[in-house]
Design a binder for this molecule. Structure first.
Ligand code: ZN
Length: 166
């Protein structure tokens, strides 16, 4: 188990196009394990390889239904629309970024054995597919945010009881 450092917005590595994985190596297997460990440790629902500084087309996702590993993923079908808040481990301390995404997304990818498969997701999973696959093209969700991104308030239960923003 190894937790890798998560790169943050402003780091060039997050703005580059990632390269496809051509064969599964021990190094890549370890990378995938570390990405899963890092995602769970930081309580994210997804993580893309460039977020740990590796320009490879690899994504891990877990929206609470078990881990999904996508290698060289491609969105092949979308439908519907959802608008909601999004966050990113590479953009810490921000919240309230409203992003519109398709509500239903179908992805074609390779699994850890380099076998092709297709997977479909709705709502949060569809959003995670779009968000993480964007990372592989060097894009952060902040490019798509409608309105302003806010700083996260320090969590304080007492304040939450009476503070209402006008
Ligand atoms: Zn992200």
């Amino acid at each position: 188990m190894a937790i890798r450092e998560v790169r943050e917005m402003g780091d060039d590595v997050l703005e580059k196009q990632c390269k496809p994985v051509t064969k599964m190596t021990l190094r890549t297997k370890i990378l995938i394990e570390d990405m899963l460990d890092t995602m769970y440790e930081k309580m994210g629902v997804g993580l893309a390889a460039p977020q740990v500084g590796i320009l490879k087309q690899i994504v891990v996702i877990d929206v609470g239904e078990g881990p999904i590993v996508l290698i060289n993923p491609e969105i092949i079908e979308t439908s519907g629309e959802q608008t909601g808040e999004e966050g990113c481990l590479s953009v810490p301390g921000k919240w309230g970024g409203i992003v519109t995404r398709p509500n239903h997304v179908k992805v074609r990818a390779l699994d850890e054995n380099m076998e092709e498969f297709e997977i479909e997701g709705e709502e949060l999973l569809a959003r995670a597919f779009c968000h993480e696959i964007d990372h592989l093209g060097g894009h952060l969700y902040v490019e798509k945010v409608e309105g302003e991104l806010h700083d996260s308030p320090a969590y304080n239960e007492e304040d939450m009881e009476y503070e209402v923003e006008e």
